[in-house]
Structures are given as C-alpha cells and as structure tokens.
Design a binder for this molecule. Structure first.
Ligand code: PLP
Length: 421
C-alpha cells in the first residue's frame, strides 16, 4: 500500500474507509489481492447497479473490442451510439411517453449537471438556480454552487454564486410545508429571491443522507415550477437507472421534468457515461456550444445498450421493490433496537440506510462491517447515515447475508437492546 500513501494525493477518500488493495470482482463480490472476499454493498456509489462485470455486458463489450469497434469518437456518429439511442428510445422513452432529446455531455455526472444548468440559463435568460438543503450535484463549480455540503463547497476556493438553497421535504420538521415556504419566496416581491432559471432536485438525496421527497411534494414542486415558468431539473444520477425501482426515480410521482441528468449506472458496467435529457423545445444549443473530448465513450454505449435489456419488461422494477421491502424490514428492526440513539430508517428502494444522531456510530458500524467482509459507506452532511447500496440485481441469499453482516456489525458496535415494540 506504500506507493499510494507516498505518491497518491491526500485527496483520496474511499480507500481510507476500506484500506486494502482490490483486484477482481464479480456480481456483488469484490476480492482483494490477498484473496479476501467482500460483499459489496457500495456498488461504486451506485455506478454498478447490475453488479461488477455482469457477464452479458462483458460479452457485448469484449465482442465490440475484438472486432475493433470504435472506442473514441467525440460526438461523431457511430453504430454503437445509434444502437444505444435506438434502444433508449424504444425501451425507456417510448413506453413512458417521454419526449426528450438526448445530449451527451462529458461522461461524468457533474458534466450532465453543468450542461443542464447552462441550458436552463440560456433558455430562460435568467441566472439563479434554486437547489435544496443537503443536495449533492457534483464537484465542478456550477454543480458545487447547487450543492449543500460546506466542506465540499469550501473546496471551490471562490464564491459560489447564483444558487439559492431552499429547505428540502421535511427539512424544517413535519409541521412545515417546504413547498409553501418556497412558494412564499417566489410570490413575494420583497423576499430577495429573484425568479430563478431552474429548480434542481434529487428525489432521494443519496449523498445528503438519504432524505426522501414524498411523491406528493415532488408533484407540488413540479406544479409550482410550471406556474412560475421555472424549469425543473431532476438529478437522477444516483437514484435513477432502477435504484429505487422504476428506471427513473420520479416516475411514481408522475413527473415530467424539463431536464433530467443521468450517469452512474447508465453504462451498467462502471464505464463513464452521462446524459442530459431535455424537452425538445429547450434544445436551443448552437452546434458545439457545449462540448467535451470524451462524450463519445463508445464502449460505454455498448454496455449501456446491453444493460437496457433489463428494462424491456417490469421484472426488475418488481424485484427491486421486493428486495427493498426486505431491506426496510431489516433496518426497521435495527432502528427500533437503537431508537434511543436516534436510529431511523431512511431512503427508498435499494437506496436505504440507517441514520444515527452521532456520525461516529455510523463510521464505527461501517468499519465493523469491513472487518466482517461487508462494504457499506456512510452518507449525510456529517456521515451520520449508514448507506446500503447493493447491486439491484442481487440474489436474495446475498442480500440476506449482507443484512445479517450489517446486523452483526451494529451489534458489535452498539450491543443488543431489548426491543420494546
Ligand atoms: C455522483 C453524483 C453526481 C456527480 O457525479 P460524478 O460522476 O461524480 O461527477 C451528481 N449528482 C448526484 C445525485 C450524484 O449522486
């Protein structure tokens, strides 16, 4: 591990949580160089919804590489890109009655967000963007300006401007309606909030502590945006691609956002790929006005096309819902046992976790899990949430094994409490 500590920058992060050197991986298992196997409930922060090295995706990728398929092509037309667009339209957009144009920004999530923000400003001629408390939208300046976390914001080193943070669903307690709150700012010419170009929102704040917006809240937000001529951007980078069940996390809320950001599990294989989806009437870009060298990561298009096979019917969505219920049940037991520590089940779908009052407890549980061969990370403003992110295609036995390891880890850190229901 020496070389990492000697020459890799101090900025490195996840490797500090899991101090070993990983070598191979398959499905929900990742193996380090000493042959120690770990159950992976981190899944590349949601970039590996179909697990590591899924055989069908790998086959498609290898066949493409073996026949010298184009690997890098900027935004030139390729057969791989055509196949992806055809299938995306056929499998995702068409059946949902969604009419979007597809922009390929740079291949990371923050690229998709930057493109969305730029476009919203260009379309409306306005500068401001409303985001929400505990939002996370990426680490480049535009995305940081709509991100909540003060440590990450501080890294910008310059003022982050033209973003206004408003309270997310539940942020001010159960008694405060935060849509009414936002509405009162928009309606009042004395509020100090200029009419924004867009509102950007996550349906479940994955990095921000698994805070979940209710479908009703999301519907009212969309309505508020529409009435005020504000564009609605849904950042579905982590909650999308089936993580909460449906392909888009906003489907059950009946939303039709003006702009949608996708990345993380889009390629399905951990290869960088991102999309910004925009309503056709918003497509005011000049050719080349937004661009980037790695927009044509064709191997990612190949695996993404193959991954869309999971979405040809409802099976996967249904399975995610079933597994999510298993996770909720297991977390609720732990939350009840440790209610005196403020333990609480959070999240939706296979994006759930256990929140504690103390971030130290969450960190200790993650560490205890690692010792037992389970990778789980923490999330939230101070890392107070133990966050479970198994592959969405995980087998029920593996899921049960992970939940048992989590339960053991919690018991190792906190002891067992008698449950008084
Ligand atoms: C990960 C993430 C991003 C940023 O994606 P990068 O690929 O890390 O730039 C943006 N929004 C959400 C919701 C994310 O989870």
């Amino acid at each position: 591990m020496e070389v990492f500590e000697q020459i890799e920058s101090e900025v490195r992060g996840y490797c500090r949580t899991w101090p070993t050197v990983f070598e191979t991986a398959r499905g929900c298992r990742i193996v380090d160089e000493h042959g120690r196997r770990y159950l992976d409930f981190f899944s590349g922060a949601g970039a590996l919804n179909y697990g590591h090295n899924h055989p069908a995706l790998k086959r498609a990728l290898l066949e493409y590489l073996v026949r010298d398929g184009v690997v890098h092509a900027l935004d030139m037309y390729t057969t791989a890109k055509r196949a992806f667009l055809d299938r995306f339209r056929e499998t995702i957009l068409g059946p949902r009655g969604l009419d979007y144009k597809v922009q390929f920004p740079g291949p990371t999530g923050t690229n998709a967000v930057e493109a969305a923000l730029k476009l919203a400003r260009k379309v409306t001629g306005r500068e401001g963007i409303v985001s929400f408390t505990n939002a996370f939208h990426g680490m480049t300046l535009g995305s940081l300006s709509v991100t909540g976390n003060s440590m990450k914001r501080g890294g910008a080193g310059i003022p982050l401007v033209h973003g206004t943070s408003m309270p997310f669903d539940g942020y001010l307690g159960d008694d405060v309606d935060t849509i009414e709150y936002l509405e009162s700012f928009l309606d009042d010419s004395g509020s100090g909030l200029d009419l924004p170009a867009a509102v950007i929102v996550e349906t479940v704040q994955a990095e921000g502590g698994l805070n979940t917006a209710s479908f009703e809240w999301l519907g009212r937000l969309a309505n508020l945006c529409e009435r005020n001529d504000i564009l609605l951007i849904v950042d579905d980078i982590q909650a999308g691609c089936g993580r909460t069940g449906p392909f888009f996390s906003f489907e059950p809320a009946g939303l039709r956002p003006d702009i949608v950001c996708l990345s993380k599990s889009l390629s399905g294989y951990g290869l960088p790929m991102a999309l910004t989806l925009l309503k056709p009437e918003l497509d005011v870009w000049e050719p080349g006005e937004h661009n980037g060298t790695f927009r044509g990561n064709n191997p990612a298009f190949v695996t993404a096309t193959e991954a869309l096979r999971f979405w040809e019917d409802e099976t996967l969505s249904r399975q995610v819902a079933e597994k999510a219920a298993v996770v909720t049940d297991a977390l609720d037991v732990l939350a009840l046992e440790h209610a005196h520590l403020g333990a609480e089940t959070r999240g939706r779908g296979l994006l759930q976790g256990l929140r504690f009052e103390s971030p130290e407890l969450a960190a200790a549980i993650s560490e205890a899990a690692f010792e037992r061969g389970l990778l789980i990370e923490t999330s939230g403003a101070d890392g107070e949430v133990v966050k479970l992110l198994p592959p969405i295609v995980i087998e029920p036995d593996d899921l049960a094994e992970g939940l048992a390891l989590l339960s053991e880890s919690v018991a190792a850190v906190l002891g067992r409490e008698p449950v008084v229901a």
